[in-house]
Design a protein around this ligand. Structure first.
Ligand code: NDP
Length: 325
């Protein structure tokens, strides 16, 4: 009984902690990331929602696991969680970045997730790839991207009730400004890589200026080939001072910057740990120390996906990020 009420309490707290989007909808502050989760994601999603109080799940067509995510969501709803209390994000992949492919791609995502609407649909990366493009892309596999045509279709998805909010991911300030010139619906959310080893302050400021909420992805430095922030000296010092884990400190750092955050784990104990970030603060001095790590670099720089050194159109990582880094 005591255990049940504790779980209920944590769930309620996590549910209550959310950020308001421009649309008036709320995005829960901590979500479950699902990239590289594999088929165990069904259990992770179910556990996260029903035992730990997560209400926000982040996935993407490109992760290839939406059916498994959908099974976890359905099991959670069968156990009594209401759809309206969940916040489900998915993303439009680069091969579907043309006006006529937006709606079929979304419909496929809804079918895989067994949902009749998404809370948030993001442009995953602002680059169009030819179907079946290689990694890295071969000559001619990066195609022209009609940003306006795609955004118009995304806007129609909102009007038709298939998606509650639309947003962007992996944009630069230059691309954001381009989109803002023609957007009738301003992106509600911009999802970007952000952690103390890649603060991405410029993009965060640009979004704040335009009232666009930011979600921090790879908040722990991403997986094994990512950035080992768990053993970073500054992170560890703050963690032991506050008697928290390095992961909790990294997640809390993201929340204190005003971003929602989507740590990924397929381990029950970490799924539990990663949402115990409510009801305590990183003191200002420690927050500043974490915010001044000098070695700033991206983990997900897009090189493998979009750079073709010989044929372009993107010949180096700086091209992908419009030389803004
Ligand atoms: P994260 O920064 O969330 O790190 C995940 C890694 O950390 C995994 O190896 C996980 O292992 C491990 N981990 C999780 N919790 C802990 C903990 N408490 N202590 C120690 N290790 C831990 O990386 P991601 O790159 O997955 O980013 C999170 C999510 O953001 C993605 O899953 C995806 O949903 C989204 N994303 C979006 C992108 C975009 O382009 N829009 C790009 C990249 C990510 P284990 O699972 O074994 O616990």
């Amino acid at each position: 009984m005591a255990q049940e009420s504790r779980v209920g309490e944590v769930a309620q707290k996590a549910h209550d902690e959310s950020f308001k989007l421009m649309s008036g909808h709320s995005i829960p502050c901590v979500g479950l990331g699902t990239w590289k989760s594999g088929s165990v994601v069904t259990d992770s999603v179910f556990t996260a929602i029903t035992k730990e109080g997560y209400r926000h799940v982040d996935t993407a067509a490109q992760y290839g696991i939406q059916e498994e995510v959908g099974k976890g969501l359905q099991a959670a709803m069968q156990s009594g969680i209401e759809r309206k209390d969940l916040f489900i994000t998915s993303k439009l992949w680069c091969e579907d970045l043309s006006a006529e492919r937006v709606r079929p791609a979304l419909q496929n995502t809804l079918q895989e997730l067994r949902l009749d609407y998404l809370d948030l649909y993001l442009i995953h990366w602002p680059f169009r790839l030819k179907e079946g493009a290689h990694r890295p892309p071969e000559a001619g596999e990066v195609l022209d991207f009609d940003m306006e045509g795609v955004w118009r279709e995304m806007e129609k998805l909102v009007k038709d009730g298939l998606v509650r909010d639309i947003g962007i991911s992996n944009f630069t300030i230059k691309k954001l400004n381009k989109l803002l010139k023609f957007a009738q619906t301003i992106p509600a959310v911009c999802q970007m890589e952000m952690h103390p080893g890649w603060r991405n302050d410029k993009m965060l400021q640009a979004c704040k200026k335009n009232s666009i909420h930011v979600t921090a992805y790879s908040p722990l430095g991403s997986s094994s080939d990512g950035r080992d922030l768990m053993h970073d000296a500054a992170v560890n010092k703050v963690a032991s001072k506050l008697n928290k884990s390095p992961g909790q400190v990294l997640i809390k750092w993201a929340l204190q910057r005003g971003t929602s955050v989507i740590p990924k784990s397929t381990h029950a104990e970490r799924i539990h740990e990663n949402i115990q970030v409510i009801g305590w603060e990183i003191p200002e001095g420690d927050f500043k120390v974490l915010s001044s790590i000098s070695d700033q670099r991206r983990v997900l720089d897009g090189e493998d996906l979009f750079v073709n050194k010989e044929h372009g159109p993107f010949r180096c990582v700086a091209d992908i990020w419009d030389n803004e880094d």
